[in-house]
Design a protein around this ligand. Structure first.
Ligand code: SUO
Length: 445
């Protein structure tokens, strides 16, 4: 039976902007209030999706969310017509208003945690949307994310959807950004590696002091229970609190895995040797490739700046692995030197492809943030909503759709424009028809 890893990239929404909302995420803070280009952002994302599809990969697309989030603004007490709600919120509570405008659902690595059928007790693919409690603007995502996932993976014979964890910092869950999976091939049971930043119920344990640890151990354990994972197939690893304090707000900023490869920075984990030993022991006899990048080769600062580890490692149809990196990696001498050397070493990684995703990078989202990995068997791929799978015609259609609805430039002040809200709604309404998602948005219900 054939088996695949399908990357579901988030389509950038029509109100993509830089609001400086993510304390602990260096890029988000440093680009706050600069103008954005929703059109360029969406096209950069589409180019990456198309390029991977052209490499012979299975590639999907997940719809963005409606922003400004009118439902939340009304829940927070802003009343009147939509135009009045926008006007009042922007004037009376600008910070809250901006949080309700973020197009952050584009980073689908934070949409959910996914366990493939080979790992789960009932043999179905399990999905739990991330509650994203640490940031208000992101905590608005899980309900609609859940609906989009259900509309994309609808067939209950193959797909099981859970509710997001309780909305509280004790169960702070950031989805697949803190989860990676090692396996012989995608359809074989693997080791799911959950990386957490802190213990919610034990204050005596190590934790960062400057920036927040978004993911808790207790959230990881709850996901493993919900998904029916066996203890033998799970490893919990603590992220090094010091790197969180240096801007590594998600583990996928400092480590990434694919099949038998774990690529990580020397300082990524709290207790590296014990973690690697447990992963190897649970993986079995075959030796894993642990590719460690030392601080002397690439500093944590350069890793955060260039997103060397927020790369995708993909297995090409011929079996070789390729790294999908942002162009920032090419522009940094130490990182470029490292990647040039990496492809000559005795590891499965043989190619590096650079992509311009600068619009996303300026908010701290690299190639890996933009995608949710879903390992599927051939039968399961056949059960996915086919309208969400990338091909020449969907690529052309979505580019035309972006051209029709998206603005070239968006400033902070544009976000309160009722015209932008109506443009966004027409765009999303049409998108749900293109992808055949049904009525997933509050304004459609
Ligand atoms: N996986 C990458 C996520 C990046 C995301 N950035 C943001 O939400 C920034 C939004 C802003 O500042 O406008 C975050 O920090 O969760």
């Amino acid at each position: 039976m054939k088996q695949f890893e399908v990357n579901f990239d988030g389509l950038v929404g029509p109100t993509h902007n830089y609001a400086g909302l993510s304390f602990g995420n260096v890029a988000s803070l440093s680009n706050a209030k600069s103008n954005s280009s929703p059109k360029q952002a969406a096209k950069q994302g589409l180019m990456k999706m198309k390029a991977l599809a052209d490499m012979g990969m299975q590639q999907g697309v997940l719809a963005p969310q409606e922003r400004p989030d009118m439902l939340t603004l009304r829940r927070l007490g802003f009343t009147g017509t939509d135009a009045q709600v926008l006007e009042k919120a922007a004037k009376q509570a600008p910070a809250i208003f901006l949080a309700c405008c973020s197009a952050s659902s584009m980073w689908t690595a934070n949409a959910a945690t996914v366990s493939p059928s080979a790992d789960t007790a009932d043999g179905r693919v399990h999905f739990t949307p991330a509650n994203l409690t640490n940031k208000f603007h992101r905590s608005l995502e899980p309900d609609v994310t859940g609906r989009i996932l259900k509309a994309t993976f609808a067939d209950e014979r193959y797909f099981q959807h859970h509710a997001h964890l309780p909305d509280n910092e004790h169960f702070g869950d950031e989805g697949a950004a803190n989860h990676t999976r090692l396996c012989r091939d995608y359809g074989y049971a693997g080791v799911e590696m959950f990386v957490y930043g802190r213990y919610a119920f034990d204050g005596s344990k190590p934790a960062p002091t400057r920036y927040p640890a978004r993911q808790t151990l207790e959230a990881c354990q709850a996901i493993a229970r919900l998904h029916g994972l066996s203890d033998e197939g799970v490893v919990y690893v603590q992220q090094n609190p010091d790197v969180i304090d240096q801007g590594v707000f998600h583990n996928d900023v400092i480590a990434v895995g694919n099949r038998n490869v774990l690529f990580y920075h020397e300082q990524a984990f709290y207790n590296t040797q014990a973690a690697l030993a447990e992963i190897q022991q649970k993986y079995g006899d075959e030796k894993l490739h642990f590719i460690q990048v030392n601080t002397s080769e690439v500093s944590v600062e350069d890793a955060v700046k260039t997103y060397l580890f927020n790369t995708q490692i993909i297995s090409l149809p011929d079996g070789d692995m390729a790294i999908i990196a942002p162009t920032e990696c090419q522009e940094n001498t130490a990182v470029k030197r490292y990647l040039d050397k990496l492809v000559t070493l005795d590891t499965p990684i043989k190619q590096v492809h650079y992509f311009d995703v600068k619009q996303s990078m300026r908010n701290g989202g690299g190639p890996a943030c933009l995608r949710l990995r879903v390992a599927l068997t051939e039968k399961e791929v056949d059960a996915v909503n086919p309208n969400t799978l990338m091909n020449d015609s969907l690529f052309a259609r979505l580019n035309l759709w972006v051209d029709k609805h998206y603005r070239d430039e968006l400033s902070f002040d544009d976000l309160r424009d009722p015209q932008l809200l109506s443009e966004s709604r027409s765009a999303l309404d049409e998108l749900t028809q293109i992808l055949k998602l049904g009525s997933v948005y509050p304004f459609q219900r």
